[in-house]
Design a protein around this ligand. Structure first.
Ligand code: CO
Length: 145
């Protein structure tokens, strides 16, 4: 039984955002606005990842909307299997990314790439979905205050 009164100790990782792959970002933005009155950022083109993105802001969660820029985008591949769109990955932030990367490498965790700098200037990497029951997980450095 879970006792909610007891303060649980927790991991060094905290949720940063959830990414929603969509076939049309303008439609997705208008749906989030209509259904939830959500605040949404401007659309950004990220050439390096072959996607365009926009961030939907909720009080305690950001949703990253991603639309592929071309057929070669990894998101295009995802949309071939999920044509209406779907939840693509979630992102956990950590204070010391290189430390987390080193620890997981040591544990032989299957990491998809070396840490690389994201469009927002923070370092990140992805963990292979086979490591945690099929979920693609992005690990990102905490936003500097
Ligand atoms: Co992400």
């Amino acid at each position: 039984m879970i006792n909610d009164d007891i303060e649980m100790d927790h991991s060094n990782f905290s949720v940063d955002h959830i990414a929603h792959a969509v076939p049309n970002i303008e439609d997705a933005i208008s749906q989030y606005k209509t259904v939830f009155g959500a605040k949404v950022s401007d659309i950004k083109i990220i050439e390096k990842q072959d996607i365009k993105i926009a961030m939907v802001s909720f009080a305690n969660l950001k949703i990253e909307l991603m639309e592929p820029l071309s057929d070669k985008s990894p998101i295009a591949n995802y949309l071939r299997k999920n044509p209406k769109g779907g939840l693509h990955h979630y992102c956990l932030a950590v204070g010391d990314l290189n430390q987390a990367y080193g620890d997981q490498k040591e544990k032989k965790i299957n990491i998809l790439s070396e840490p690389t700098t994201g469009y927002h200037g923070r370092n990140l990497y992805f963990i292979h979905p086979s490591e945690v029951c099929g979920a693609l997980i992005e690990v990102e450095e905490h936003e500097k205050e």
